[in-house]
Design a protein. Structure first.
Ligand code: 5GP
Ligand code: MN
Length: 343
């Protein structure tokens, strides 16, 4: 049996709130990943089936390997369709904020949301959420926000309302945020939930192939280049660095999502504890992804050096400057965190 981890009073408050609203807007973070999209779409399908008008608004494009998710075609991408997205935001009776913990994580969408007088419900698994939410379902111990969306439906007593499409979205969130059950996935509840999703008719192996075996030829060539030419390993610090300039990405005809997952690969090196991937997004802006194993806190690195944050083992941020500036910061990280990296 699944243990209830969400305070039941929050579920009751949410039920009461839902009874009085019609237009729900679901928001998720910038550069949305499998959990952001999976959790948002699962909730949108659930609320629509209950008769609500629901719009999912994302700050910018989702990666192409998620394009098959049920109802993803209805999502409004703020970057591309600002007028329509803004109209939906301003008409909202209720906001659901999924897989992020502060309005700064949703870029320009956050400024609009801050101006709209509608209650905000947080469903998220990041540490230390902001205090701007009227109901906060915040559980850093959850493997994914998708797990929490499942739990909300479960604790509402609505498990019979979960369709195969909703289950596919939830599974995608859990699978991607745990690296296909490689991390943050040691609690037995995760497998109880997966069993429930399978009983809803999902084909988990097919979902795996749709998400992870969906790369372009260019992506594999770029990966080979990165591992052969660009990977630097610092054995005395158990740390790795990958960098990619905009010109290099273009040389391989790389698309935006083509670098997804590269940051994890150096952790396959025996003894590696910390991996950093720096990608030039536009001139003067370097996107930083960080991953670690065990207790090395890459969220602290992100906060201290890269104006970002995240989870202990997966975090991110950015550098305003050149790639050389970014690499110099990485070298400082290795100095500053030398003890934690080598202990
Ligand atoms: P990724 O490397 O996949 O872009 O991000 C990994 C995780 O780091 C995300 O799930 C998110 O929790 C966190 N993260 C990435 N960028 C930022 C950022 O700029 N600020 C904060 N607070 N967290 C971030
Ligand atoms: Mn997540």
């Amino acid at each position: 049996m699944l243990e209830n981890i969400i305070d039941q009073s929050r579920i009751e408050a949410l039920d009461a709130m839902l009874a009085n609203v019609d237009k729900c807007v679901i928001l998720t973070h910038s550069r949305p990943d499998g959990d952001a999209m999976g959790s948002s779409l699962a909730l949108s399908l659930f609320l629509r089936a209950r008769g609500k008008q629901v719009v999912v608004v994302v700050p910018n494009e989702y990666p192409p390997f998620l394009a098959w998710l049920p109802s993803i075609g209805d999502v409004l991408i703020y970057d591309k369709n600002q007028a329509e997205a803004e109209a939906a935001l301003r008409a909202a009776d209720l906001f659901f904020c999924l897989d992020f913990n502060a309005l700064s994580r949703i870029d320009a969408v956050g400024q609009v949301v801050a101006e709209v007088d509608a209650p905000r419900v947080l469903i998220d698994h990041h540490l230390a959420p902001d205090t701007i939410f009227d109901i906060a379902v915040s559980h850093p111990e959850a493997c994914s926000t998708a797990e929490l969306v499942f739990r909300v439906m479960w604790q509402m007593g609505a498990v019979d309302e979960i369709t195969r499409e909703m289950a596919e979205c939830v599974y995608t969130g859990i699978m991607t945020d745990t690296g296909n059950f490689a991390y943050a996935s040691g609690r037995k509840d995760v497998y109880y939930i997966v069993a429930e999703l399978i009983s809803k008719g999902i084909d988990k192996d097919l979902i795996y192939r749709k998400v992870f075996y969906n790369y372009s030829f260019n992506r594999l060539r770029l990966m080979g280049y990165m591992m052969h030419e660009k990977l630097r390993y610092f054995p005395e610090k158990n740390a790795a660095l990958l960098t990619l300039t905009y010109d290099e990405l273009k040389r391989f005809n790389g698309a935006k999502g083509d670098t997804e997952g590269f940051v994890n690969m150096p952790l396959q090196i025996k003894g590696a504890r910390f991996s950093c991937f720096m990608r030039e997004e536009t001139e003067g802006k370097i996107n930083v992804s960080l991953r670690s194993v065990d207790d090395f806190p890459c969220n602290k690195v992100a906060e201290k050096f890269f104006n970002g944050g995240g989870h202990k083992n997966a975090s991110g941020g950015e550098v305003r400057g050149t790639m050389n500036d970014a690499v110099r910061l990485f070298e400082q990280v290795l100095q500053t965190f030398s003890a934690e990296l080598t202990e």
